[in-house]
Design a protein around this ligand. Structure first.
Ligand code: MN
Length: 265
């Protein structure tokens, strides 16, 4: 027992000296500074309350960002991605060339590194989210142009459900096919755990290249990038398939890939 106490004492003495204030801090609700987000990167009066500012070797920051109805960020990307935790209200989030998606209190949104996107409140509701972002070489975001009213979707009635991509493409002429695409293909087949979304994307893109389906390939190449297939891997698949699916198919698909890549950072 005496030896154990001596050991514990030695460990205590070896532990780095931490000031009592640094060892554990409680930052009380309502005590943190609230600042206005810079107008060149935000539309509307957006308020930011930093919850955690990285110090020393830390890279992650966390801030609670409050958007009044209609307010939003500019288009931007994050070098190491971002996680949004919606804590109040109803908001919108969109990646470049993707649909405007609704997010509500309790929803968590993950944005992959380098993906151009914006986020903000719905037109009929304020929204607050906590944004968790890691810095790369001291930078957390690359800011681009403001989101126009047309992009934001001001004309859409507040609270109306956002149409899916299949509904946009097929809704008028084949609503049942749109519903099956959403519910069976994307809601069930793509969600099955037997293959990762990344592998499903590689299989699907390969099939569309081999079958020479440029319209479907265009949207599935964007989806593949979102699912973690790299541009280099898509280029490699194109080269590989030239030998199995025919040279012209691969050349045509390369043209589609160039368009898709040009819209991605
Ligand atoms: Mn963001």
């Amino acid at each position: 027992m005496k030896e154990m106490l001596a050991g514990a004492l030695a460990l205590t003495l070896l532990a780095p000296a931490l000031a009592a204030d640094d060892a554990l801090q409680v930052s009380g609700a309502g005590t943190r500074a609230v600042t206005t987000a810079p107008v060149q990167h935000f539309t509307g009066a957006v308020k930011v309350e930093m919850l955690h500012t990285p110090a020393g070797a830390q890279r992650a920051s966390a801030g609670s960002v409050s958007f009044p109805p209609g307010a939003r960020t500019a288009w931007h990307s994050h070098p190491l991605g971002q996680t949004l935790i919606v804590t109040a209200g109803v908001g919108r989030v969109q990646r470049w060339a993707g649909p405007v998606e609704e997010m509500r209190a309790g929803d968590v949104v993950h944005i992959a590194p380098g993906v151009k996107h914006w986020h903000g409140a719905a037109s009929g509701s304020a929204m607050t989210h906590i944004a968790i972002t890691e810095a790369l070489d001291g930078k957390t975001a690359d800011w681009q142009e403001l989101v126009s009213d047309a992009q934001y979707g001001e004309a859409r009635p507040a609270g109306a459900p956002q149409p899916s991509r299949a509904q946009v493409l097929l809704g008028d002429v084949a609503p049942k096919l749109a519903q099956l695409t959403d519910d069976v293909l994307f809601g069930d087949v793509w969600a099955r755990p037997g293959l990762s979304p990344r592998d499903r994307s590689l299989v699907t893109v390969s099939a569309l290249i081999a079958l020479s389906r440029p319209d479907q390939l265009r949207s599935h190449l964007a989806r593949a990038l979102d699912n973690g297939v790299s541009k280099d891997e898509i280029s490699e698949a194109l080269t590989h398939l030239a030998f199995y699916a025919g040279w012209p198919n691969a050349i045509s698909a390369a043209g589609v890939a160039r368009e898709v890549f040009a819209n991605r950072p």
